[in-house]
Design a protein around this ligand. Structure first.
Ligand code: ZN
Ligand code: ZN
Length: 135
């Protein structure tokens, strides 16, 4: 999806810097630390501006923030009706975003049985990733 469109769908004005951050997030295959994002942005933004934009994106539901390994916060684009979920490899420490479409059907079934109104559900699966299984 177009970065500017994604921002506008979440009622965030698509400024140049915000578009750059969304593009940096969408080009990544795994959740990004702010440090990784700064590298991807190649000096086009300072740290303070980046943090401010990330906070805004999380607040408006454009991006998700999580710390699967209990260390640095990582950011990725939050897709899916209830945000999305991750897989954390306990062997190599890598975290991957899971396709929301894989979990959404089961999640919807679980949530529909709950009396609460659930707006977000973040599931972190842990285990051994595909690459590490072949080691
Ligand atoms: Zn692994
Ligand atoms: Zn993710």
């Amino acid at each position: 999806m177009d970065a500017a469109l994604r921002l506008e769908q979440c009622a965030v004005a698509a400024t140049e810097n915000r578009v750059l951050v969304v593009q940096a997030l969408s080009g990544a295959l795994h959740p990004q630390t702010p440090q990784e994002l700064l590298v991807r942005l190649a000096g086009r933004m300072n740290r303070v501006t980046l943090y401010r934009i990330l906070d805004l994106l999380v607040e408006r539901g454009v991006a998700a923030r999580h710390n699967a390994d209990g260390r640095a916060f990582r950011y990725c684009l939050g897709q899916g009706a209830h945000g999305h979920s991750h897989f954390h490899c306990t062997r190599c420490g890598a975290t991957q975003c899971l396709n929301p479409r894989l979990l959404e059907p089961g999640l919807s079934r679980i949530l529909s049985g709950l009396p609460m109104q659930v707006d977000m559900a973040e599931i972190t699966l842990g285990g051994v990733c595909e690459a590490c299984q072949h080691d």
